[in-house]
Each structure stands twice: as C-alpha cells, then as structure tokens.
Design a protein around this ligand. Structure first.
Ligand SMILES: Nc1ncnc2c1ncn2[C@@H]1O[C@H](COP(=O)(O)OP(=O)(O)OP(=O)(O)O)[C@@H](O)[C@H]1O
Ligand SMILES: [Mg+2]
Length: 273
C-alpha cells in the first residue's frame, strides 16, 4: 500500500501565483506536494488551472506569456522556479503535453527515439529502453513503422508517453491523458501509468478532468477550482467525500441535483475555497 505520509517529497509547489500577459491572475496561491514514487492527480473542471500548474512546474509558461509571480517550486529540495525545461529534463522531470503533440511525419519509433536526445549513455542503453517502452505499450511495437500522424488518438497518446519514458525520467507531468479517448482506451492508458509507476518507480503528477478514473488509479489528489486548491487528500478519501461524489463523480445519495441546487453549491463552495 502506498503511504504518502512516509514518502520523501520529490516536488514541492509552495503558494505559487501565475499571471498571464502581466494582468490575468490565474493561479492564486497553489500549494501541493508530490511524494516520490506515487501517482498524484490534479483535478478540476475546464479552466481550473491544471495545465497552468504543470507548465509552471516545467517552466513552459514563458512561451504563453505567463509568469510565476509569487511562491516557489522545489524539486528534491532545490529551487527550480527559474530552471529551463531542457535542464529539467536532464534532472528527470518531463512533461507530456495536453493533446499529445507527436511529430506527425515521423514514424512511431522515430518519435520515441527523439525522447532520448538528452541522453549520453549510448545506443545500447537506448535500444534496451525502446524494448522497455514496447513492453509497456505492445500496441506501439505493432505500429512502430507507421507514420505517427496516421495513428489513432490513443496510439498518439501512447507515443507521447513512450517518448517521455525514453528520457529515463524520475517524474512525468502528464496533462489530460484521457482527452478525447473512448472509455476502454482511457482505462488502458491508466493501467499503463500504474504499471510504469510500479515497474520503473516513475513518479506521476497528472492533470485530469476525468475525476472518476484518475481517483481510481492515483494515490492522492488535489482539486483545483478557479486557480485555488479547494480539496486535497488520499484518493480513497476523496472518492468517498460527498462533495466530490456529487460534483465531480456525478452521483450523490439523494440522486442528481437540480441546477438550482448546484447554484447554491456554488455559493457554498466559496467558503470551501
Ligand atoms: N496563454 C494564456 N493567456 C491568458 N490566459 C490563459 C492562457 N492560458 C490559459 N489561460 C487561462 O487560465 C485559466 C486556466 O487555464 P488552464 O489551461 O490552466 O486550465 P485547465 O484546468 O488546464 O483547463 P482544461 O481542463 O480545460 O485543460 C483559464 O481561465 C484560461 O482561460
Ligand atoms: Mg488543461
């Protein structure tokens, strides 16, 4: 059983604020800790700030005219708030972006190999890891010679994840892996996340709108609303929380709520935040 309390903290996000275009305040003091070797889910609806949080960690905000204006981010005890993405990859932190982003004109295998570009440990080791990726994603082995642009959404998601694995990461920031995929495929993707987590010891911080599936595979979760963490805890506890059940899992003891009741929840949730 994974016990977050007794794990070393790998990543510590401390009270960060993010502003886009100098004026749009999007994250309003977000704090979270990611224990080493665990799967942490970052949950919340459209525009809650999940992607912004991941990009703040991997330092990808500059290209979006975004900036961390307050707070700090430490990785293995060292401040990484201003570290560029390439050196973060060398330190073992890699992001898989929302919407996959494969190189469409390259084959699946060529895509995977681009993930190894920062490595200096030779082609034999890289070849071994390619086999490791194919063992986790048998579908990619079958499709390795196909041009990535012609593979399915699920295969592209797998290619993007496999490419991240080729950098031999310690931690993967995974943005919305379920997006646009059929339920069965979503399940398959999360099973692979779990297998990689257990088999390779890779730590995951994953952003998901799909609360249901994420809380079944994660060890702990944070729920973001409007740029703030409104709830956090072990995944099993969040799954049983009545507010989470009602507003994120779409079920409640009294059945579905009417829209007016949802509105009164919106008033109520202000003090939750
Ligand atoms: N480059 C940008 N410039 C200005 N505002 C932005 C930019 N990117 C995101 N935002 C705003 O920041 C807020 C948070 O967006 P973010 O993409 O982090 O949310 P999210 O939780 O990932 O949502 P989704 O589940 O839809 O991916 C939104 O209100 C969004 O409109
Ligand atoms: Mg997002």
């Amino acid at each position: 059983m994974f016990d977050a309390e007794n794990r070393e903290t790998l990543l510590d996000v401390n009270n960060i604020e993010v502003i886009y275009n100098h004026v749009i305040l999007v994250l309003k003091g977000v704090s979270l800790t990611v224990p080493k070797g665990g799967i942490t889910a970052l949950l919340g609806g459209n525009g809650a700030g999940k992607t912004t949080t991941l990009k703040a960690i991997s330092n990808l905000l500059a290209s979006e005219r975004g900036e961390v204006t307050k707070g700090s981010i430490t990785y293995q005890g060292q401040n990484i708030t201003a570290q560029d993405p390439a050196s973060l990859v060398r330190r073992g932190v890699i992001q898989v972006m929302e919407g996959r982003h494969c190189f469409e004109h390259l084959t699946v295998e060529e895509n995977l190999l681009t993930g190894a570009y920062t490595r200096r440990d030779g082609s034999a080791a890289i070849k071994r890891d390619l086999e490791m990726v194919y063992d986790y994603f048998p579908r990619l082995r079958e499709r390795r010679k196909s041009q990535a642009g012609y593979t399915s959404g699920g295969e592209q998601q797998m290619t993007a994840m496999g490419r991240a694995l080729m950098s031999r990461p310690q931690m993967i920031l995974l943005d919305e892996p379920s997006m646009g995929l059929a339920p069965q495929l979503v399940e398959q993707i999360f099973q692979i996340v779990k297998a990689v987590n257990e088999g390779e010891g890779v730590t995951f911080l994953l952003a998901e709108q799909n609360t249901n599936v994420a809380l079944r595979y994660a060890h702990q979760g944070y729920i973001l609303e409007n740029g703030r963490v409104v709830m956090e805890g072990p995944a099993a506890q969040l799954r049983e929380n009545p507010d989470v059940k009602e507003f994120y899992l779409g079920m409640s003891d009294e059945g579905r709520k009417s829209f007016r009741e949802v509105r009164s929840y919106r008033r109520r949730k202000r003090w939750l935040a």
